[in-house]
Design a protein around this ligand. Structure first.
Ligand code: IMP
Ligand code: MG
Length: 175
């Protein structure tokens, strides 16, 4: 596997994002909505760097995908969203690829009439966006490769890697 982001780089990226968020929100309460499952590791690291009052909510959004078949049906289920009306809401996701996931989730959350709605992603793949919006915060720009680790999976594997790596054909062969 080819390492794309080291554990140290990610740690520094999380620290920088936390600083930007503390400038943006000050001590206002923030509701973080994490898109499952890929953003779980980022969620755990990020919230421990934040000092404003926080609520955490989880939303499931997934499209079946493999490196060969990146598009398929889109599914979201709202496990248990707290009341978001008049709240400052920050959505976090692992990666902004085509952008359809974020567009879909933001549209659903807007129906709850939050006071504000922003988004942050760990990574954005260059030149892949198919939507007219961008995340408010992008921690890292990466090349257009299928990546795993730090929460991201390939068929539910590799989420536990402490770094982000590009998956190469020989990684799949060596099972
Ligand atoms: P989008 O809707 O195309 O922006 O895709 C976003 C979602 O697809 C992310 O939340 C990830 O779950 C998944 N995804 C996109 N690219 C990758 C990748 O390279 N590795 C693992 N998952 C990915
Ligand atoms: Mg995801």
């Amino acid at each position: 596997m080819k390492q794309i982001l080291s554990a140290d780089q990610i740690r520094e990226g999380v620290r920088e994002l936390a600083e930007k968020l503390s400038v943006a929100y000050g001590q206002r309460p923030v509701t973080i909505v994490a898109i499952l499952t890929g953003s779980l590791v980022l969620l755990a690291d990020l919230i421990r760097q934040l000092e404003m009052p926080l609520r955490v909510a989880l939303i499931q959004a997934s499209r079946y995908r493999t490196p060969d078949e990146p598009r398929a049906d889109f599914v979201t289920t709202q496990a248990s969203l707290p009341n978001l009306k008049d709240r400052d809401v920050l959505v976090i996701d692992d990666i902004f690829d085509t952008g359809h996931t974020l567009v879909e989730v933001l549209a659903q959350l807007l129906m709850h009439e939050p006071a504000s709605l922003r988004s942050a992603v760990l990574m954005r793949k260059s030149d892949r966006s198919e939507v007219p919006i961008q995340p408010d915060y992008v921690m890292f720009e990466i090349p257009d490769e299928f990546v795993v680790g730090y929460g991201l999976d390939y068929e539910d594997r590799f989420r536990n890697l402490p770094y982000v790596a590009a998956l190469e054909p020989e990684d799949l062969a060596s099972e």
